[in-house]
Design a protein around this ligand. Structure first.
Ligand SMILES: Cc1cc2nc3c(=O)[nH]c(=O)nc-3n(C[C@H](O)[C@H](O)[C@H](O)COP(=O)(O)O)c2cc1C
Length: 332
């Protein structure tokens, strides 16, 4: 599978897993690493919270040694604390540090952070320069194509980021105004790649299968892909993409394989979170693994209403026999 060198580090694959607030938590990353993506990101952390030693923020960065290589992502726009935050991240042992310039949420953009930074491309350059001057791990930036269709800045930011010392740029082909509507426009990624000299360009947006990744590579000539929602309930998607890259036949992911992985994800969640949190997390995660079919529909309906760990365990146990599970779901 294609290796990729980003700044001072070489990663075993050019298929990375994206930062996903509220989703790429410790159990998610433990599941992900089983399938060898090039790197897995933690959820974004706010610069202000990191600098004031907020306990919950540090918990988002929890990891075990087998989760390497892993990336941390900073969200914020303050030049005065960016480098200090980066130093903390490097000290925690992360392999790569990214600056979030894509988060579309009003709460984040209102102080100019996240995709708010897209309105100030030169500030992005200044923040990156500050971070690069302080740490030796690779520094990257993750952006959306622009604030809206009239202000596409991905090619400009690619150049600014490269000049400022960033080693890779992750480009989500949607604009901020698009939020998650419509498709990611891969032409913006293609244009940005043409502007890149040495900075590595990763295509992001709507990669839910190996075929989607193939299209991203072919259409944009990108150096790597960043998968986000496509990892939900298929932590193995990196392996599927890598097999496609090596022209190997796709592996069959049958019912039993999905069931076993869901159960494993459950055990990791239960071991990591308190009971209340584990129930909430499993309501989300349980809906991911069986997206299609009657069993999936029945499971989603039930698990999203589960109130105790016992109820969740019963549902997971019931999945061993899909026919009985369906009958039970229909009659109860
Ligand atoms: C639930 C959720 C949480 C996200 N959290 C982050 C985040 O913390 N940092 C970030 O840069 N992007 C975040 N994103 C954006 C994704 O990383 C990615 O850019 C976007 O979903 C497009 O890729 P996809 O079509 O493969 O999902 C998030 C997206 C979702 C759906």
């Amino acid at each position: 599978m294609p290796k990729i060198t980003i700044g001072s580090k070489t990663f075993s694959s050019n298929v990375f897993y994206a930062p996903l607030a509220g989703c790429s938590d410790f159990p998610f990353r433990a599941m992900a690493q089983k399938f060898n993506p090039g790197l897995v990101f933690c959820e974004m952390v706010k610069m202000d919270a990191l600098i004031r030693n907020d306990k919950n923020t540090y918990r988002l960065l929890d990891y075990t040694q087998n989760m390497h290589p892993m990336g941390a992502q900073l969200c914020g726009s303050r030049l005065d604390i960016a480098a200090d935050c980066a130093e903390i991240i490097e000290g925690l042992g992360f392999d790569l540090i990214d600056l979030n310039c894509g988060c579309p949420v009003d709460k984040v953009t209102k102080d100019g952070s996240g995709s708010g930074l897209l309105k100030k491309p030169h500030l992005i350059g200044e923040i990156i320069s500050k971070i690069v001057s302080r740490v030796s791990i690779p520094v990257t930036v993750k952006i959306r194509a622009g604030w809206d269709d009239e202000t596409i800045v991905a090619p400009l930011i690619t150049r600014i980021a490269e000049d400022a010392g960033a080693s890779a740029i992750f480009i989500h082909g949607r604009t901020r105004m698009q939020a998650y509507k419509g498709l990611a426009n891969r032409d913006h990624i293609k244009e940005s790649k043409k502007c890149a000299r040495n900075i590595k360009v990763f295509g992001n947006g709507d990669i839910f299968s190996a075929e989607d990744a193939r299209h991203m590579f072919e259409h944009t000539d990108c150096d790597g892909v960043l998968v986000a929602r496509g990892t939900f309930g298929q932590p193995w998607i990196a392996q599927d993409i890598q097999r496609m890259q090596e022209s190997l036949t796709p592996l069959e992911r049958d019912y039993e394989f999905c069931r076993k992985n869901l159960v494993e994800h459950y055990h990791l969640t239960k071991a990591y979170a308190n009971e209340k949190k584990a129930i909430m997390d499993m309501r989300r995660v349980g809906c991911w693994y069986f997206k299609k079919g009657e069993v999936g529909k029945a499971l989603r309906g039930k698990i999203s209403k589960a109130k105790t760990i016992g109820e969740i365990e019963l549902l997971l146990e019931g999945l061993k026999d899909p026919k009985a599970f369906l009958n039970k779901c229909v009659t109860t």
